[in-house]
Every structure is written in structure tokens, then in C-alpha cells.
Design a protein around this ligand. Structure first.
Ligand code: BTN
Length: 271
């Protein structure tokens, strides 16, 4: 059995610093179906309520996919946040969350990590983590957001088949036994700092850093739409977080709810 560090509230809180005042409560579970589902179904939780679990039995990924969540190995974190300006003001929130997670990983000491639109955390063209933002409430009034972050920290031996795409973990990148509590605390700290910033300034406050982390920029990509596959050159994001793609000398924008994107160039395809 390889060495693992179980979740510990005081070790996680030790990383929060000035962000701690935004944290309403931190709950740690041994197992749950999905941390996002748990927060969604618990009524009347305050903004800033965070949940971590050692395991998820039905972890949820984007586009209806499952998120593989073995016990004691990774980070499965959900944070509830309330916004009063309505769900339409939340366009681009998941991209801002991606920047916050990268900031946490860099504070932890990792380098060469990037973002694959809309918000996959990647390293060496393999997936290190993912973000699932679920919004409920009013389009123009009060609404609640559950921000789910999954990070591969110290995966047990799994085949690529089980995860269905190339992946990597913190252990492999750092070549050290991961400090899971420190990392969880840093991710929570960066989220608690980023959300008030997003609330005030929107995606604009994160757009420049997002563009610097964009692994697709300038690459030829395939955009999988319900109508078929388009090829173009990635040109970053617009102010709403849509992907800008140059197709036949024209810039077109794509919404993350509608399309998925892959490298078109076979030499960029991960082995
Ligand atoms: C993705 O598909 O890239 C998003 C994955 C998000 C996984 C996290 S783990 C914590 C939270 N709870 C869930 O059920 N999903 C998110």
C-alpha cells in the first residue's frame, strides 16, 4: 500500500490565511456519491460552505461524464457560493475558477500546468483536474453556485480505459508523496479569494492570466459541434469565456455548453 495522507481539517485550515474569513464552514466526509450533489440537496447552506470527501461513489464530470474518485487519493472539493446579480452574470465563472486552481497548484510548487478550454487543468497534454460549476436560481436575481473541483493527486494503478482519456497526477509531476491537505487548503484559499473578485469584476479580472495559461492558443483544433466537426486555429477567449477560433480567415466564437474541442494536429495527440 503506498503512503497516503488522509484529510485533516486543521491542516487544511492552516493554508487559508486571509481567505479564511470567506469560509462559512468546512465539512469533511469519508464517502459521498458526489460532493456537488450533496451541497445541492442540503438546503439553506450559507455562502462559503465547503465540502471535501475522501471518496465519491458517483462523482460527476462535465457533459454527463463520471469522475473516477477512489478513496484517500485525490481531491474532491465543492464550494457553495451565493450571487445576487443573477445567473446571467456568471458567464465565464468556470474559467475564472480554472485560473484560481492553477494559482493553487503553482503555490504548491508545480510548474508547466495549463488550461484546456473551457476549464480542464492539464500537464503534458494529460488531464490533471476538472471543474464542474452548477448554477441554480434566478436568471436575474439571487442564485446559488456549486463549484466542484476534482484533482488527481495520487491515483492508484488505473488503466487509461477506466478514465477514458490521458491523465496525470500530482505525484507523477512532483515525483514526491503529495501533501494532500496542503494542496486542498491552497485550492480552497484561491477559490475564496477569486470568488469575491469575480463577483466585483467578472471574467475581465482573470482573462489575461487565462490567455497566458491557454494550451490551445495558436494550435489547429477540431471543434465537435452537433452539426459536425470544424477545423480552425484557436485564438483565445472572448469577454464571455467563449472560445475564439479562426475558421477560413474569420473569427468564430463557441460556447462551452455546445461544443467539445480536441487538437487536430496528430503530433499534438498525447501518446
Ligand atoms: C470534468 O469533467 O472535467 C469536471 C470534473 C469535476 C469533478 C469534481 S470532484 C468534486 C465535485 N463533485 C463532483 O461530483 N464533481 C466535482
Amino acid at each position: 500500500m503506498s503512503q497516503i495522507e488522509l484529510l485533516d481539517e486543521s491542516a487544511i485550515r492552516a493554508e487559508l490565511n486571509s481567505a479564511a474569513k470567506q469560509l462559512a464552514q468546512l465539512e469533511i466526509l469519508q464517502t459521498v456519491d458526489s460532493t456537488n450533489r450533496y451541497l445541492h440537496d442540503k438546503k439553506d447552506l450559507p455562502s462559503g460552505y465547503a465540502l471535501l470527501s475522501e471518496q465519491q461513489t458517483a462523482g460527476r464530470g462535465r457533459l454527463g461524464r463520471a469522475w473516477v474518485s477512489p478513496f484517500g487519493r485525490n481531491i474532491y472539493l465543492s464550494l457553495l457560493w451565493r450571487f445576487c446579480a443573477g445567473s446571467t452574470s456568471l458567464t465565464g465563472l468556470s474559467l475564472a475558477v480554472g485560473v484560481a486552481v492553477i494559482n493553487a497548484l503553482e503555490s504548491y510548487g508545480l510548474t508547466n500546468i495549463g488550461l484546456k478550454w473551457p476549464n480542464d487543468i492539464v500537464c503534458s497534454q494529460r488531464k490533471l483536474g476538472g471543474i464542474l460549476v452548477e448554477v441554480s436560481g434566478d436568471a436575474a436575481g439571487p442564485c446559488q453556485v456549486i463549484i466542484g473541483v476534482g484533482l488527481n493527486v495520487q491515483m492508484p494503478q488505473l488503466t487509461e480505459m477506466e478514465i477514458n482519456q490521458p491523465w496525470i497526477d500530482v505525484r507523477t509531476i512532483s515525483n514526491q508523496i503529495p501533501q494532500r491537505n496542503r494542496l486542498a487548503g491552497l485550492v480552497l484559499r484561491e477559490l475564496l479569494l477569486a470568488l469575491p473578485e469575480f463577483q466585483q469584476k467578472g471574467l475581465a479580472a482573470f482573462q489575461k492570466q487565462w490567455q497566458q495559461l491557454d494550451v490551445f492558443y495558436g494550435n489547429t483544433i477540431n471543434i465537435h459541434t452537433p452539426q459536425g466537426i470544424l477545423e480552425g486555429t484557436a485564438r483565445g477567449i472572448d469577454e464571455l469565456g467563449n472560445l475564439r477560433v479562426e475558421v477560413d480567415d474569420q473569427i468564430r466564437s463557441f460556447n462551452s455548453g455546445e461544443v467539445s474541442v480536441r487538437y487536430a494536429d496528430p503530433k499534438n495527440t498525447p501518446v
